[in-house]
Design a protein. Structure first.
Lengths: 362, 417
């Protein structure tokens, strides 16, 4: 089967609830068949609205959504054949686990044997084979969550939507569920659209991540690219930890630019979103890309004063006063070599200009 | 295991259970004292009156007190043949005491209810007994009238011996004890109470049904609308609660009477002829309409509070899994509202079954209910024991409904919020 790269397609979709504010603006998004795509963003960024439009509970104000080439805006939710896992699981409390899973099959008029077989298969997929006769209230949060996943998959939908399904679980359970969902996705190859505001969840699970802010997709790329190469300052700050410097471009060439900071110092950076002299910019640098006692090849070398040392076991976080930025964070791996990290000491810091990304000024 | 747990001691060496009881004793006393006023209130205003009502409804001590010696003598009589001399002598002695207190007339009336003809022969006895000689009471009494020689009359007296009677309850079901002490039904054209019971059940059932049919969509709307609209709607639902019952009933009278607004409207749109206006009041229709409106909030509120707890994502889940809106409603939403339906229906039914003022005002002759009959006997005929008996029958009916509900749905399935 040829892979369809436009299996789900948002085409110039706008959405407004009150006719005054657009919660989704001109959304264009293609989702490939079998892909695990995550919509990531702060609350109110429009990601859940997009999911609801895809599920059919909200209609686009403008534009069209295509599923496997067919426009679906006028198809009611129950005819779309899209599975959905809800934030609070939405298991039917008056039905047993078996009945919950059999519901989508019964409304599709499957025979009793087929229903039994499919339910059994779906339950074993989430390792809950013996729980068919339990009521949802008799299950733990993680088990309920797995039942919800099994129910969304039991009728072999083409697309499964997940709306922050792990939000109510504790940290350990959430992590193991992340792997479990990822493995289920890999084994059955269903297209998954996953909504979350938890970036580590998104980075762990997805093939691609769409970062939402203010009703727009800020960046759509694979997790590693998203982290390593954020295209604007929102993404850089939203994903992972980030050190920033504000300044103005004073010199620019093909792959390097010189930024004059507000404190007067000048640093070299990688011009991503700046094009000419005089532009304002925010320079973003991941904490782990700056190192202590830089070697000679590095083109950014400065001295900073240690303001705070926080012990984290495997590494130590050091807050520096560097080039006028008192919130400069440095991650130092735990090793016996670095015993001079003490409050008030001055240390040498350096990084490659390639890792310092000069982005838009917000 | 229990013997092991008993051995657990606190650090002071006191058994744990004893220590726990001691620690909780104060709280228990405090809790009891807090509920005490309410408990007393319920006992005084609820349990006690019901007990009083019950004793009044079966009380038949008047005659027992009138003929103490006779009933004592009758204890050994088998009741098949004429009683022995001893009974006659005791009866004569009792009757003489009554005659002295001028209460013999009451006895005649009471016994006449038991068997026709008692009044006449007792009056005769009263006249003749002054000339009686000492002793041999049996012969002298039997001389007076042939009815004294009829064993049935003596059996009738014996029947009145117990200090209680179920006669009032039988009357409430249009039955009575005939002269031979058998339970028989009254003639068909006089069976008024049975009609009233059935009508009460019918009205209560249909009012409950109408309330449910109208209340369910309203409650659903209330539970799903955004707050600012649902508050307004809630006020509309509750407004009748804040209006006096009499005012509401009176406004229905204005609306429903033959020259009323609703009829005027029907004539105006040409639905009915002006000289053929339908009667919508002083019959069952009026009772239905007014009672449904008045009892509607009792249906809406429990339904609303239950629906409020049903997560909207359940309906969405049902639809996303492929259920049509109807299937989703019927298989998912409706079953989850059953506790509210149970609570609402039970509440409305129980209130409707004993409803008094509305049927009294708009019911007319064909729309009055059993409660109006009870009030009639309380106020007009002053037959309080009969009113008590019917009141208790009503109470029993309600308890039966409750019991059936418990069997069918389960009482813990009721939810008021």
């Amino acid at each position: 089967m040829a892979k369809n790269n436009e299996f789900v397609k948002f085409d110039k979709v706008d959405k407004s609830y009150d006719g005054k504010v657009l919660v989704v603006k001109d959304l264009n998004l293609d989702i490939a068949e079998g892909e695990f795509i995550t919509m990531l963003g702060p609350s109110g960024s429009g990601k859940t609205t997009c999911l609801m439009m895809l599920a059919g509970f909200e209609t686009p104000t403008n534009g069209e959504i295509y599923l496997d080439g067919n426009p679906i805006s006028n198809i009611p939710p129950h005819k779309r054949g899209i599975g959905m896992v809800f934030q609070n699981y939405a298991l039917f409390p008056h039905m047993t686990v078996y009945e919950n899973l059999a519901f989508p099959l019964k409304v599709r008029k499957f025979s009793k044997d087929e229903t039994d077989k499919k339910v059994e298969k779906a339950l074993s997929m989430v390792s809950l084979s013996d729980f068919g006769s339990r009521m949802p209230a008799q299950l733990s949060g993680g088990q309920q969550q797995r039942v919800a996943v099994a129910r969304a998959l039991v009728f072999d939908p083409a697309v499964v939507l997940m709306d922050e399904p792990l939000g109510a679980l504790d940290k350990n359970l959430r992590e193991s569920m992340q792997y479990e969902i990822k493995h289920i996705h890999e084994s059955i190859g269903v297209t998954v659209v996953y909504v979350t505001h938890d970036q580590s969840e998104a980075l762990t699970m997805s093939n691609r991540i769409a970062v939402f802010n203010d009703g727009k997709v800020q960046q759509l790329s694979s997790p590693d690219k998203l982290y390593e190469e954020p295209v604007n300052s929102f993404v850089a700050e939203f994903i992972g930890e980030n050190n920033t410097f504000q300044g103005e471009v004073v010199d620019i060439s093909q792959d390097k630019c010189k930024i004059k900071l507000d404190s007067g110092n000048e640093i070299l950076a990688n011009p991503i979103r700046v094009k000419s002299k005089g532009e304002k910019s925010i320079v973003s640098l991941r904490p782990e890309r700056a190192i202590i006692d830089p070697d000679e090849k590095m083109d950014n070398k400065f001295k900073g004063k240690i303001e705070e040392v926080i012990y984290h076991g495997d590494h130590t976080r050091v807050r520096l006063d560097l080039l006028g930025n008192k919130e400069f964070i440095l991650k130092v791996p735990n090793s016996s070599a670095r015993m001079d990290i003490k409050l008030g000491n001055e240390i040498k810091i350096g990084w490659n200009s390639f890792d310092a990304r000069a982005l838009d000024p917000k | 295991m229990s013997s092991e747990t008993q051995k657990i001691l606190t650090t002071d060496g006191i058994p744990l259970e004893v220590s726990l009881k001691k620690a909780e004793k104060k709280n228990k006393i405090k809790a009891f004292l807090l509920v005490c006023p309410l408990l007393l209130f319920i006992i005084i205003t609820y349990i006690f009156p019901i007990g009083e009502m019950f004793s009044r409804s079966i009380d038949d001590r008047m005659i027992t007190n009138m003929l103490p010696k006779t009933f004592k003598a009758m204890e050994t009589w088998d009741g098949k043949e004429l009683p022995p001399e001893e009974v006659f002598a005791s009866f004569l002695a009792d009757f003489r005491v009554l005659a002295e207190n001028k209460e013999h007339g009451k006895l005649g009336q009471r016994l006449n209810k038991e068997k026709n003809g008692f009044n006449t022969i007792l009056k005769k006895l009263w006249r003749k007994m002054k000339k009686f000689e000492e002793g041999n009471a049996k012969e002298q009494i039997m001389e007076i009238h042939k009815r004294f020689r009829d064993v049935k009359y003596w059996q009738a007296i014996k029947r009145t011996a117990p200090p209680y009677t179920m006669a009032k309850y039988l009357k409430g079901m249009d039955m009575y004890y005939d002269e031979d002490g058998n339970v028989v039904q009254v003639e068909e054209d006089r069976r008024i109470h049975r009609i009233l019971w059935l009508r009460t059940l019918e009205v209560a059932f249909f009012v409950t049904l109408f309330c449910f049919l109208m209340g369910y969509p309203i409650a659903h709307l209330l539970a799903t609308l955004p707050m600012k609209y649902s508050n307004l709607l809630m006020i509309c639902v509750l407004l009748p609660f804040w209006t006096s019952l009499l005012v509401r009933t009176a406004s229905w009278m204005i609306l429903l009477q033959q020259q009323g607004i609703v009829n005027d409207f029907f004539v105006f749109i040409g639905l009915v002829a002006d000289d053929n206006r339908p009667e919508m009041m002083y019959n069952k229709t009026g009772t239905y309409v007014a009672m449904t409106q008045i009892l509607l909030p009792f249906m809406v509120l429990p339904l609303y509070s239950v629906m409020k707890t049903i997560s909207p994502s359940l309906m969405r889940a049902g639809k996303s899994l492929g259920g049509t809106p109807f299937v989703t409603f019927w298989k998912i939403y409706f079953p989850l509202t059953i506790p509210g339906i149970g609570a609402g229906c039970l509440l409305v039914f129980i209130l409707a079954i004993g409803y008094y003022i509305t049927p009294a005002l708009v019911g007319g002759a064909s729309g009055t209910l059993i409660s109006n009959q009870i009030a009639y006997h309380m106020k007009a005929t002053l037959d309080w024991s009969f009113a008590s008996a019917m009141g208790l029958m009503l109470l029993t009916g309600v308890l039966v409904v409750y019991w059936i509900y418990n069997k069918l749905v389960g009482i813990d399935n009721i939810k008021l919020g």
